[in-house]
Design a protein around this ligand. Structure first.
Ligand SMILES: C[S@@+](CC[C@H](N)C(=O)[O-])C[C@H]1O[C@@H](n2cnc3c(N)ncnc32)[C@H](O)[C@@H]1O
Length: 313
């Protein structure tokens, strides 16, 4: 098997080096158009030091290159240059998911990442400025959320439950669902005094513990953006199954079409491959009606995300 060099010794290159390291894959070094010397990064509790090679010194028989450059134009230029040297270009996914079912491997990777890397995120996003992205009065999320009947509401991929405070008093019964036991346990403690909250650690693609036609609403924020399309479709079909007639669901999902190979690991801000049109198509095939849909900016990226309100009419 060929050894790996990462082209791009910036933020994205270091992110890739750490991901590979987590999978037990040691990279040989970096290449970079502008930088020379060594790159240092944390991994597995220790520090790694890797050299930046000159591309012309890379032996095409021994190495494959993963390009870690966010800008599409620059990416294409580098890809052309690397191929001119006869060096094979491979993706981060080909290397970390090799021999595995990509959908399952990505699902597990997203979940593991949230255990390993996201403690800071979960603390930070409790702040009111982060919550206001969803719950500020002029936010589209908030406006569409008003259309949900909260008699029995499911919050999918609830994390540590930061949204609950915003709708708790309007809901009669709340079911918090997340793939991670750690997050469900956290919520169980956080809301231990509150009888109306139930907890469900699921498998990452279905809601099989919930009865058909038993819920009035479902929503998910800042999570489905990372999911594989096949899992999104499973969740849409499950949403159709559990919603009562007239029930509605609100999804914050990805609108990232930068390239069809993109996954959580390589996508901008962890956005997986999805578009507003594809989501509408999947909802339609799950026998849900798309009621409203808006493409939205995320972290300064124009229309990277989308929010879609669907109904079981
Ligand atoms: C970025 S966090 C957001 C949590 C919460 N929605 C919030 O806004 O605070 C993403 C959440 O999705 C959960 N998750 C990841 N993959 C999942 C899957 N396939 N099914 C259900 N939950 C998942 C993670 O455990 C994590 O809690």
């Amino acid at each position: 098997m060929k050894k790996i060099i990462i082209y791009g010794a910036g933020k994205k290159g270091i992110k890739y080096a750490r991901i590979l390291c987590d999978y037990g894959i040691e990279i040989s070094g970096f290449c970079d158009t502008y930088k020379t010397g060594n790159v240092y990064f944390e991994c597995g509790g220790g520090q790694k030091e890797k050299l930046i090679f000159d591309l012309k010194d890379v032996d095409c028989n021994k190495y494959t290159i993963i390009i870690a450059i966010a800008d599409n134009k620059q990416y294409e230029e580098v890809e052309r240059k690397v191929k001119e040297y006869g060096i094979e270009v491979s993706s981060i996914e080909e290397n970390i998911f090799e021999g595995k079912d990509t959908v399952e491997a990505n699902r597990n990777y997203v979940a593991e990442y949230h255990v390993r890397e996201m403690d800071n995120y979960f603390e930070l996003v409790e702040r009111s400025d982060y919550l206001n992205v969803f719950w500020g009065e002029d936010s589209l999320f908030y406006q569409m959320f008003q259309e949900l009947n909260l008699t029995k509401v499911v919050e999918l991929a609830c994390g540590r439950g930061r949204h609950v405070q915003k709708y708790f008093s309007d809901a009669q019964s709340i079911i918090l669902v997340d793939i991670l036991e750690k997050n469900i346990d956290y919520c169980r403690q956080r809301f231990s005094e509150m009888d109306k909250v139930q907890y469900y650690q699921n498998n990452g693609y279905d809601l099989s513990l919930l009865k058909s036609e038993s819920c009035t609403a479902l929503f998910t924020y800042d999570a489905m953006v990372h999911f594989e399309m096949m899992d999104v479709f499973q969740y849409l079909k499950e949403t159709k199954r559990i919603l009562v007639k007239g029930g509605k669901a609100l999804f914050h999902h990805s609108n990232n079409t930068e390239n069809y190979k993109v996954t959580f690991s390589s996508g901008k801000h962890g956005r997986n491959y999805m578009s507003s049109q594809l989501f509408a198509y999947l909802a339609n095939r799950a026998d849900l009606t798309v009621l409203k849909q808006y493409e939205i900016d995320w972290a300064g990226e124009e229309k990277l995300d989308c929010i879609t309100l669907v109904g079981n009419l």
